[in-house]
Design a protein around this ligand. Structure first.
Ligand code: ASP
Ligand code: MG
Length: 413
């Protein structure tokens, strides 16, 4: 069995979905398990609906826009639209009701955010069946069990594996299911974090003992840098699990950071391939050794540098660090780079406005806090002298950190 994962960009319109269906059709003899994300831009729009609704504002325009988008594409693809029209009607009623739920923000968020995947998987499923690919739709939430950490569900591996193992012998057709979502024990939807569909594919791959997991992207494979920034970036034929996991840790957006581990644990190859040109070989991530890897450059945008300064002429000590790290942990944010001096400690996080300001407020009880936003974090792994010097002398560097393995610079603007 092979697992395929298609992201939002590969499902963004009628033409894109026809292309995805043709890739599935060509491989359908293999016993496929297909995981899809929401169609292009849907999750962002759902986030806007949630924010509006939770602020007590009207979200009819956004809801209408989302419904139009899905209905138009479904009608372009399907000859008989009676079934899909009814399903869409129900989904959008439920979506609206869930957006109006009250209670914890993250809980409400998760009761809404998964509709993107439910909608896309339903449309693709119907289209596949129309095109003669026998495909079965499955609700991923009945298989993926999580705890109740809304917006970042932690996988309950034992229950998840038991569920998937139980259905495995009965699988005949191509399975079509959603990424990004699971259920907690109360059967409430819990999402796995933004861009989490890759991780879902890895969970299924692991539990199914799949032969491979393929992530279909709009790039030819895993590259040494973002080709939009560095035109001479190269595509790797193969990469070791470890190297790939580290790249994602530093912010390479080609695969979600949690994807590699479960697959590495079972030695299941992870393949990154182009849905634009499926004839290209892509990158195979597996247990291998590659001598002389070129420098890998990862750009991470929208960073915020927070500096905590002690106010009473003492020095930053372990107690201060304890306070700072507890506050960061409680905020649910992750540190991307950090540095200390005698009287201050600085760290860089993704700029998620709401969370950042909560964190700054918490830290302000003990420190004088400064922050900068709109920063770019550049990480160079396996640097050579030339790249090392180039990135250190980049214009606007406000923080620099290097080890034997990697150089990181935080740049303004
Ligand atoms: N649709 C979700 C998101 O945009 C999950 C994913 O695409 O992987 O974050
Ligand atoms: Mg996506």
């Amino acid at each position: 069995m092979k697992v395929f994962k298609f992201g939002g960009a590969s499902l963004k319109d009628e033409k894109a979905i026809r292309n995805v269906a043709s890739i599935i059709k060509k491989n359908a003899k293999e016993n496929l398990w297909v995981v899809v994300s929401a169609m292009g831009g849907t999750t962002d729009l759902l986030e806007r609906i949630i924010a509006l609704s939770q602020a007590g504002k009207n979200f009819d325009t956004e809801l209408h826009q989302l419904k139009q988008y899905h209905t138009t594409i479904a009608h372009q693809l399907l000859a008989d639209t009676r079934a899909i029209d009814q399903i869409l009607e129900t989904f959008f009623d439920d979506l609206k009701n869930n957006a109006l739920l009250t209670g914890d923000y993250d809980f409400v968020y998760d009761q809404v955010i998964g509709f993107g995947e439910l909608l896309s998987s339903t449309i693709v499923h119907q289209y596949l069946n129309q095109e003669g690919v026998a495909a079965e739709w499955m609700d991923a939430r009945n298989l993926i069990h999580t705890d109740s950490t809304f917006r970042e569900g932690q996988i309950q591996w034992n229950e998840t594996e038991k569920k998937i193992k139980a259905i495995r012998p009965h699988l005949k057709n191509t399975i079509l299911t959603q990424g990004f979502i699971g259920y907690n024990e109360k059967k409430e939807t819990v999402s796995l974090g933004r861009e989490g569909s890759d991780f879902s594919a890895a969970i299924f791959g692991y539990c199914l003992h799949a032969d491979s997991v393929t992530i279909w992207k709009d790039v030819p494979g895993v590259m040494s840098a973002d080709p939009k920034r560095i035109p001479d970036a190269v595509v790797f034929d193969e990469l070791p699990y470890k190297e790939t996991a580290e790249m994602t840790y530093f912010g390479a957006s080609v695969i979600h950071p949690k994807t590699v581990k479960p697959l590495a644990n079972r030695g299941i190859p992870l393949v990154v391939k182009s849905f634009i040109d499926p004839s290209l070989p892509g990158t195979r991530i597996h247990e291998c050794h590659i001598p002389n890897l070129p420098p890998l450059i990862v750009h991470k945008e929208n960073q915020c540098l927070i500096s905590c300064k002690v106010t009473d002429y003492t020095f930053i000590n372990e107690n201060h660090l304890g306070i700072i790290f507890r506050a960061i942990h409680q905020s649910g944010m992750h540190v991307n780079v950090m540095q200390n001096s005698a009287i201050s400690f600085s760290f860089c996080v993704d700029y998620r406005e709401h969370k950042v300001f909560q964190l700054i407020e918490a830290l302000s009880k003990n420190f004088e806090v400064f922050y900068n936003t709109g920063l770019l974090l550049i990480t160079v792994k396996n640097y050579d002298t030339k790249t090392f010097n180039k990135y250190r002398s980049e214009k606007g560097v406000i923080l620099e950190q290097s080890s034997r393995a990697a150089l990181q610079v935080l740049v303004k603007g």
